[in-house]
Write a protein that binds this ligand. Structure first.
Ligand code: 59J
Length: 597
């Protein structure tokens, strides 16, 4: 048996293996050369198109922004899916022949693509048109222009349009809140796009999902305190009134007196949030929250309440307002006419400036100031609306007699419509001004919030003032046209000369009505402002009171608030019916039918 190989036989074996290896290498080399020729010459066109056709991309998958609804879930702002057309400039630059077709379909001027792409040569993304109709999107894709693709997005739609524009606000093209509740709640409404690695073809279509990096997160839905039915009613009546009285602008606010919730808030002029071209300056402003004015006579109930609270007066205390004016220092305070000797209640009913001034001059400035402040005057409403001013109530320490007098009938202090509505809501309840809210609030939350306020006015004074305010809408009152059949209304007119250019301007007025209903068990407070009416009439009693009446009548009915003129037993029956309706308790008869065989 051979135990070792000779050197010769070894040499022979090496040579044989080398030849074999060289042979394999040669074949491999030739194969590679052949492959190179194959790829570069024969398959070139195919491979080039394939190479261009697939890209690994990190794409974002949009999620929808939260919905804004009214208090009953009716939509006020919704996001609907739409397509946006985008392009990869590097590719689109190559297909010049398709530009004109694209421009036509997208409604772009000719040569606008040339301009758009000019300085985008090194970019990979440019929007051609945001939010196109499904029809346009389909036709764009049918063109199959390399580098042009669709990106899914969401478009904000406002079903209530102009009716809720100032409250709801709107978003910009990037879905970011710009105004109103869209701005206030942007952090909660906004969505977070998901991220995924995908492979796309040259038309931008996804051919393969590689990996999801993060899931899309839709925004939170938010319900507002607004009631769309009341909102619409207020809108319709205000718009008609501003037009018929040839007024500059106007506002209406309705609040729930027990919770501070804003149930309706409208302004004129308004705008359509779905179509924001041709906006005039001022159209965007939510005047009811942002614009301050001197409240004039609508402030008198608080002056009277302060007087009652001292114990020196009651509703029937006589006040001499003769001869229709009062000299305070070098100034003269005037009434509309000489009312003679009247009682405190009649100061409210007729709206006597002299009467209010006499009451104010007989009580301490500090107490008058405290009373005003205790119902929230001179502070913001707490609504959180962007740009709400605090209102103005100057310190009583600086009041001279003339200021004590004029402040008593509403001049030298300023409020917004919302702040005035809030003060009337305090008057309607226990004197504590619940902060205003654009979102729903229940009675328990309201009770908790009211513990932060110290009432200055007693139940007795509040009840007495509400009684006086009821005489305003009765015969001989300045606001008879605010009456609502079947209901007791407590309210106050105001006709305010506007201040401008260093003095009070003739023929430039605010017509006001502020009130609460039903007077026997108040539920709603409402303020109506008609700014610079230029028709025949301009008094609050003539211009604002009828608007109050129409809106309040509808609101009471829509909210199933029973008339307070009904005998107490009938009223209880109505309330019982409602609670049965709301609790959806099975009707006994239905239950019995259900048991039948
Ligand atoms: C008025 C004022 C201006 C400011 C007067 C309105 C003052 C005043 C200086 C004359 C129109 C007018 C600080 S009147 O609101 O008294 O609503 O139905 O603007 O008095 O002293 O040609 N309102 N209005 N006053 N200024 N300064 C009455 C009253 C009111 C009515 C009618 C007629 C004014 C009853 C107002 C209404 O209660």
């Amino acid at each position: 048996m051979q135990t070792s190989q000779s050197p010769l036989s070894l040499q022979h074996a090496y040579r044989g293996r080398r030849r074999w290896v060289l042979g394999v290498l040669a074949v491999a080399g030739l194969t590679l050369i052949w492959r190179a020729v194959d790829l570069q010459v024969l398959d070139k066109a195919f491979l080039q198109s394939q190479g261009n056709a697939r890209f690994l991309r990190l794409v974002s998958e949009p999620a929808h922004r939260g919905m804004i609804t009214d208090r009953h879930g009716e939509p006020l702002a919704i996001s609907t899916p739409v397509d946006s057309v985008w392009a990869n400039p590097q590719e689109l630059i190559e297909s010049r022949e398709s530009w004109r077709k694209l421009e036509k379909l997208l409604g772009m001027k000719s040569r606008s693509l040339e301009r758009l792409l000019a300085n985008k040569r090194d970019k990979e993304f440019v929007y051609l048109k945001r939010r196109v109709s499904p029809d346009v999107a389909a036709r764009i894709m049918a063109l199959k222009v390399p580098g042009v693709a669709l990106a899914p997005e969401y478009k904000r739609f406002y079903p209530a349009g102009e009716v809720a524009a100032h409250v709801v606000g709107f978003t910009n093209v990037d879905d970011k809140g710009q105004e109103g509740m869209e701005l206030v709640f942007d952090d909660r409404l906004k969505s977070i796009a998901g991220k995924s690695w995908v492979i796309k073809d040259r038309y931008g279509r996804v051919v393969e999902n590689v990996e999801r990096v993060s899931d899309p997160q839709p925004g939170e839905d938010i319900a507002l305190s607004i009631d769309r039915r009341l909102q619409y009613l207020a809108y319709r009546e205000l718009k008609a009134a501003v037009k018929n009285n040839r007024a500059d602008s106007g506002s209406v606010v309705i609040v729930d007196v027990h919770t501070g919730e804003i149930l309706a808030m409208v302004n004129q002029p308004a705008y359509n949030p779905n179509n924001r071209y041709r906006l005039k300056s001022g159209d965007l402003r939510n005047r009811a929250v942002t614009d301050v004015f001197e409240p004039g006579s609508t402030i008198k109930p608080f002056t009277v309440a302060a007087a009652l609270e001292t114990g020196k007066y009651n509703a029937h205390t006589a006040v001499d307002v003769r001869p229709g004016y009062l000299k305070v220092g070098r100034k003269i305070i005037r009434d509309f006419r000489d009312y003679g000797v009247i009682d405190v209640s009649t100061i409210i009913q007729k709206s006597s400036n002299v009467g209010a001034s006499k009451l104010a001059l007989s009580i301490s400035p500090k107490h008058l100031w405290n009373t005003f402040a205790s119902v929230g005057l001179g502070t913001d409403s707490g609504s959180g609306f962007p740009g709400e001013p605090s209102g103005l109530l100057t310190d009583f320490g600086a009041w001279r007699d003339i200021q004590r007098a004029t402040v008593s009938y509403g001049y030298g202090l300023s409020v917004t419509a919302l702040q005035l509505a809030r003060a009337y809501a305090a008057l309607a309840t226990d004197g504590r001004p619940l902060p205003s809210s654009f979102v729903p609030r229940d009675l328990a939350q309201a009770a908790e919030l009211s513990t932060y306020y110290q009432p200055v006015l007693s139940k007795k004074s509040l009840l007495s003032v509400r009684g006086m305010l009821e005489t305003v809408v009765k015969k001989q009152g300045s606001g008879t046209r605010a009456a609502v059949p079947g209901y007791r209304i407590a309210g106050k007119t105001g006709t305010v000369k506007k201040f401008g250019g260093g003095g009070y301007v003739e023929d430039s007025y605010l017509a006001l009505f502020a009130g609460i209903a039903p007077a026997s068990d108040p539920r709603l407070a409402m303020v109506v402002i008609i700014n610079e009416p230029r028709g025949e009439k301009y008094y609050g009693g003539a211009v604002a009171a009828p608007v109050f009446s129409r809106i309040m009548a509808g609101a009471l009915r829509m909210m199933d608030i029973p008339p307070d003129s009904l005998p107490i037993t009938v009223k209880q029956a109505v309330l019982d019916m409602q609670s049965i309706k709301q609790s959806k308790m099975p009707d006994r008869r239905v239950a019995m039918l259900g048991e039948a065989p």
